[in-house]
Ligand binder design. Sequence first.
Ligand code: SF4
Length: 358
Amino acid sequence: MKRVRKRLLDWYRTNKRAMPWRETRDPYAIWISEAMLQQTRVETVIPYWQRFLNLFPDVHALATADLDDVLGAWAGLGYYSRARNLQAAARLIDERHGGRLPDDAETLQTLPGIGRYTAGALASIAFDRPEPVLDGNVKRVLTRLLGIREDIAQPAVLERLWKEAGTLARGPHPGDLNQALMELGATVCTSRTPRCAGCPISQFCDARAEGDAESLPIKARKKPARRVEAVAALVTRRGRALAVRRPPRGLLGGLWDLPGGDLAAGEMPRAGLARTLRERTGLEITRASAIGTVEHLFTHRKLTLHVYRASTSTNRIRLDGFAGHKWLAPGAISSLPHASMTAKALALLMLPTARSSD
Ligand code: SF4
């Protein structure tokens, strides 16, 4: 372990890619980078990170910001719950910890949106605590290095990986060590074509010795995405169109959308439109014309959305399953934070589209 650690640290110091958050020791700035980097590429994150820190330079600024401004600054990064959780956690840090991020992984994990990985990353990178991280890159490096030839989705295997990562982190410079493991996985020990000849720990690597690096880690097949059909409409009354806000939690929480909902099994889209609008907004539609369909793939669902233009004669709204609504000029809907699925529907309706939020 000692030699593996030393080689990783030496390699990291001369090979690490330049990233602006690697130039700071500010725990808040590092936290924002970690939240943004989940599921998102480094090059995409850099301008967002800089802009976000300009708008919300510290915990207090984020805690007291308007949610729509936070969601707006996140627009285009996707997985909006990260932005909502950041603000919720900032509020707790402001209230309970005087605006300073806790420096231990256990307390960090009590905050919204901070799981075991992020807590380990923050504790080690920002506070030099010997805590492990285990993201996809580290899992790949460790399974190959240690020759773990079992399904890494199994809890016992995952727990073993955490334990091994923990052993590695218990040495000098745990933050750099963790970043070295992640960097190695991202640039050398890649999924398809690991460059073992240029790897600083190749002499210790079981998979290299066995010649089966490309087949590791072993992952059970994912279930195929479920197919779902839904309807949404640009509902207008006297030249104003209805936008509805999704509830703060759940899929695309807090984002603005066109009203509608999922179709029941075997339900025709037009009937489903009348039903979902009645049930979820209290509106009866007087006319509806089909515009077309858009497809969108979520993590677990493949959605076909039937898009309509519809009109109603009443503006008495009774919301069920939405957290708010606005009547506004049709072209203004895109100025509200919205998902990329909604952006596709707006484009189909030939309305202006702004950058979407997932
Ligand atoms: Fe990965 Fe190859 Fe290095 Fe092993 S030797 S850790 S498989 S790059």
